[in-house]
Structures are given as C-alpha cells and as structure tokens.
Design a protein around this ligand. Sequence first.
Ligand code: TXA
Ligand code: MG
Length: 474
Amino acid sequence: MTTPAVFLDRDGTLIEDAGFLRTVDQVQFFPQTFTALRRLRDAFALFIVTNQSGVAKGEITHEQAQTVNNFVVQRLREEGIDIRAVYCCPHERADGCDCIKPNPYFRNRAEREHQIDLARSFTVGDHPCDVELAAGVGASGIYVLTGHGAKHRDELQAPCLVVDDIGAAADAIAVAHAVALLREGGVVAIPTETVYGLGADAMNEAAVERVFRIKGRPTNHPLIVHLGEASQMSEWVREVPDLAATLAERFWPGPLTLILPKSSRVGDWVTGGQDSVGLRVPAHPLARKVLKEFGGGVAAPSANRFGQVSPTTAEHVRQDLGTDVDFIVDGGTCNIGIESTIVSLLSPEPVILRPGGVTQEEIEAALNRRVAVAHAAAVRAPGQLNSHYAPRAAVVLVAPHELEQQAAAMRAAGTKFRILNEADLAPEMLYSALRRADAEGATLILASPPTESGLGLAVADRLRKAAAPRPALE
Ligand code: TXA
Ligand code: MG
C-alpha cells in the first residue's frame, strides 16, 4: 500500500521566512499552519523539505539548522501533526549537490523509504523551486504567496496552483484529492452548509452501493444528487418545471433539495427504484469546488450511520465512520447545521417533505403561494421514518413550564440527564448538543421544542424524530 504525501517547504510556507534562523525563539508559525496540516494528516504523509543554504554560506551551523528543524517538528507534534521526515539540504546552488530543490533527490528518497505514491502527492512552497520539485512525477505543485511567494511569482515556470497561504493550500489539496477519489469510485465525506455528506459518483453503481453499505441504509431509500451548478439540473430530470426553476434561481446554491421526475440516465441505485430524483446545489465553498472540479453529480446522504445524528464537523464524521470512508474533506463547522429543506415538485402542488435550512415562509414567498408540509410516510424518505436523527440517550420532549419539574424528578431518580437550553436549540447547535449529551454519558435528554415557525419548524421536526420510539433501528 502506498500513501500520498505532501512535501512542505519550511520557511515562508509553514513559518515566517526571517532569513537564517539560528534559535528556536525566532520561529514563528503562520496562523493557518496548524489547522491546515491537521486537515491533511489522516490522508497524507507529511514531509518537510528545506534548503538551508545558510549552512554552506557559513551564516548558520548545521546544529542551528537542525535545532530549528527539530523545534518545528516538536511544535507540530504538540499540535497533533506528525512529520514523517525532515529533509534538509545544507548546500548552496553553486555546490552542485543532488539534494537542493528542485532536484528530486529527497522526493525520491521519500518514495523509496516511506512507500509514497508520488502521482497522488503534492508539494507546497513559496519559491518556484518548491513547485518545480513536483514537475515530471505527476505530483502537483502548489505555490503560496506568503514568505517570498509574492516576490518570486513572476519566475514561476512549472504549471501550478497559486494560493494565498498554507490554509488555502490545504483546501486545494483536499479538493483535488477528493475529486481524484470520486473519479476512481471512492467514497468521500464532503462538508456542506447543512451537514457533512457521504459522497460517491452518482453514475457509479458500485461506489453508490458502498455509500449505502457504510451508512447501513436500506437500498430503497433514495439519495440526493449534489451538483456544482444549477444549470446541470436539466441533465438529471425529464423536464424543469417553472416552479423548480424559480426555487433553484432563488435558493441555489443553498440548503434546498428539489424532488423532480428523473431522467433516464439516473440509475435505480441512486433513487431506490423511484421514478424521481432529489437534486441540490450546496453552498459550502469546498463542496462547490469539489463538485465543479468533479463535473458530475455526487450522490450523498448525511455522513452518519443510518438513523443517527447527522455530523456537522469533520470530527463527527471521523467518530461515526472512521476509516470506512476514503477521505474526509474538512470544511470546518457547518454553518446551517440542519439538513436541507426537501420540496417535492412531482405534482402541481409543491409539498415540503422535510423542513430544513430554507424556511416554509421563504419558499411560500418565492412561489407566491401556500406550500404545505407533508405528514410522515407520504413519501419514502428516511427523514420521515418516525425515529431518526437520534442520539444514544433517550429524548423526552416536555412543555417549557414542565422542564423544571421533570428535571427535579430525574435528579431524584438519579438519572444522568441533560437539558437542551435555548442556545442548544439553535439549528446550528442542535446536533452537536445531542452528541455532547451522548459524550457526557447522559441517558436522557430533556428538551422543550421551539415554536414551529421559521427554522424552529425544522428544529422541532428533528427533536420529534429523535424522541420517537426506536425499535425499528435497534
Ligand atoms: O442537507 C442535506 O440534505 C444533506 C446534505 C449532505 O446534502 N443530505 C441529507 O441526505 O440529509 P439524507 O440522505 O440523509 O436525506 C435525504 C432525504 C432522504 O429523506 C431521502 O429519502 C430524500 O432526501 N430523498 C432523496 N431522493 C428522494 C426522492 N426521489 N423522493 C423522495 N425523497 C427523496
Ligand atoms: Mg520557502
């Protein structure tokens, strides 16, 4: 098994380039370095490749260069980031050594010694040499504008991506890796503004089947197909009704899913054998980048096991699915935090099948008519199964004025419980609050559902489903 790698330049890329560094107190990490590398550490072997010509020039000693390198590695380890190896060239160009960048000496050593898959690897740096290191091996070069990046930009020869800093470089690497995996039939967790999705190429039956297997979801429950552009909608449906065009125009990219009559290219493996397909153009910038670069449709349910609480951070996905998924694109915390609103346009009267991130009021205003919310079991939609979105703890819903009395009874009975307060019931907080209660070992969660208007409708809906009897899922 070979591993993809990221070859990181040190000065100007991970830390400020302040000339020849002699002591550790001169080391200053860029603010994005730690979070950027944490996003990559699971999928990539990380190497530092640094030219320290100051040694050859007699400006710094070997030991000083080494001390600084060791310190960088140690600080990164403290931040949870392991560096496989630091490769340091102490020569200057006039020495004609093999190891100075852009010579591939260290890169090839990594390939041999650490079983690196160079074709799927990346190099990141603020000097043209850093990205030229990538040329000729199928590894991609990413040029950062920090350090000397802005100054040397005009000298760039090799084709490469130019980004602001190491944070943007990590995003670009994650997107490129996700797209490559999707093309190969892999399964990738992708951040959206609602919740994380568990994505596969919608046209690839085997890949989509794997999504169902990982999720533990019955195959007759359809998946949403995610698209990079609203203009792709026509490829997936038999026709685009006016109402669909209106809603897409108004709410895409965004937390809205449209159910429409499917076109013949949409496989049964996505729709669960139904004649309709759910489509959505998500707004999260990384989701959009993945989808646009991929070009096709990505079938994705929420990236949790069937029936459980949807993930709103990459860490949630990691906890739920671990290594079952080929890669997690870490896009931070989902800002809406609750799933998309699903609107069926299969009959002349649009119906909301699942309340979500776009409110009923907004949809009614956009269409200039009343739009009803369907009652459970009208359509085959897991969000409509009674018990869903459920934490391990039992969820008990009570009226606001009963909260205190119920809590007192729990305390008296010695039950470990948690009350969801108003902040926990904000849509973007709900799922992490349910997860926190589980993590704290609560056996019972008490909540008083919010008023069912605006986003409160979706929150109340999820609470009701979390509180519903669960036998079917045990
Ligand atoms: O916000 C969201 O919608 C997230 C993100 C990842 O996009 N996705 C999501 O997927 O919540 P999932 O699979 O957990 O829920 C999608 C819902 C399901 O209830 C499914 O049955 C319904 O969409 N759905 C998909 N296609 C459908 C169809 N053709 N007819 C009726 N319901 C459909
Ligand atoms: Mg540099």
